[in-house]
Design a protein around this ligand. Structure first.
Ligand SMILES: Nc1nc2[nH]cnc2c(=O)[nH]1
Length: 174
């Protein structure tokens, strides 16, 4: 497996932060973004942000949307040989989707409970590392935490401010 170096991880996360921040100007600002690259060629495959509120679908997390875009674009169910970046630690639903999609590596920026939860209450404390550890396939998906964490934390804060400025509410249960 051709695992990218730290500088490449930071570069891709910076590009993802730039992309995800464009959601702040939309009617549905979200700090959650995800992107997928081919591990061998380094080629960009897909990126998406969270569309939970926009599409009124609790499964529309950024990681889910990016996996769906990538599999449909490549016309295959397996994303083996690919790497996913997320501005936030994937929740169990998203990490399970990454495992089902056979992604080799998952890289994230902000921490769910320590960073995201302040702005956007999270539903579970099961970590992606715990889920990857329970995989039956080998080699297991590798989880790389906290790449550009401070940039991701800053995006959460900016998004929260944008929502408050525009008096946008999170759904009632949040
Ligand atoms: N990791 C992650 N957590 C979320 N919580 C709400 N939406 C999201 C999302 O898109 N990604």
């Amino acid at each position: 497996m051709n695992t990218p170096d730290d500088a490449t991880h930071r570069e891709r996360m910076a590009a993802l932060l730039k992309f995800t921040s464009t959601s702040l100007a939309t009617d549905y600002p979200s700090p959650f973004g995800a992107s997928i690259y081919d591990l061998q060629s380094g080629e960009f495959v897909a990126q998406a942000y969270d569309t939970v509120i926009e599409r009124c679908d609790p499964t529309d997390h950024a990681e889910m949307n990016a996996v769906r875009l990538a599999t449909r674009k490549l016309r295959r169910l397996s994303l083996a040989g690919h790497i996913l970046y997320s501005t936030c630690e994937p929740c169990p639903m998203c990490m399970s989707a990454c495992i089902w999609a056979e992604l080799d590596v998952v890289v994230f920026g902000a921490s769910t409970l320590e960073d995201a939860n302040r702005y956007w209450p999270q539903a579970s404390d099961l970590t992606p590392e715990e889920l990857a550890g329970r995989m039956r396939r080998s080699p297991k998906c590798v989880v790389v935490p906290h790449v550009e964490r401070s940039g991701c934390q800053a995006l959460f804060a900016r998004c929260d401010q944008a929502r408050r400025d525009r008096r946008l509410e999170l759904p009632p249960h949040r």
